[in-house]
Design a protein around this ligand. Sequence first.
Ligand code: ADP
Length: 192
Amino acid sequence: MTRLIIIGPPGSGKGTQAEHIAAHFNVPAISTGDIFRSNVREQTQLGDEATRFLDRGEFVPDDVTNAMVRERLADADANGGFLLDGYPRNTSQVEALDAMLAESGNHIDGVVLLLVDDDELTARMLNRAREQGRSDDTAEVIRRRLELYRTETAPVVDLYSERGIVADVDGSGTPAEVTDRAVAAVERLLER
Ligand code: ADP
């Protein structure tokens, strides 16, 4: 059973790495950002609730996000483990996730922390805005997302660090190099 989380600032390549790392460990990559975006596209009720937060780079309210993750983790494919991408994003979501997993006697086994410096992050996101046209990749919204990462998500890393389950991974280089580093780091964590 491999229950993993990937954490990294916006623009760190977290989504790409999540897919590759999850494939290696044969678990689904569950991206809250992707789930929100597809609900916005399909104009579901959840999408209608989330869209104004996404467009401004703000977090979707915890009750909405936690309920969505709880439902997703109940799907059969997540029984044997998962890699969460984009969740938990603040300390209250950590508590909610702990409680969800504890109901079935489970816990998080490892956290991949992707490290990329700020100039590189902004450059990557502006580039992605040109290529993919993500509505939240504008300079002002990017600034807000980076700020929320520092104020809200960095404390999440501290909580997991206290449990000794965080693997720092250098996010520079080619995507394949980063995946190799991340997989090796997670394997070291799981062996202990
Ligand atoms: P990135 O990390 O590159 O900014 P994501 O795809 O992870 O992008 O998230 C995009 C947006 O989706 C966030 O800015 C936020 O509005 C929303 N979102 C994703 N995950 C969460 C979460 N765990 N809690 C609240 N909002 C979230």
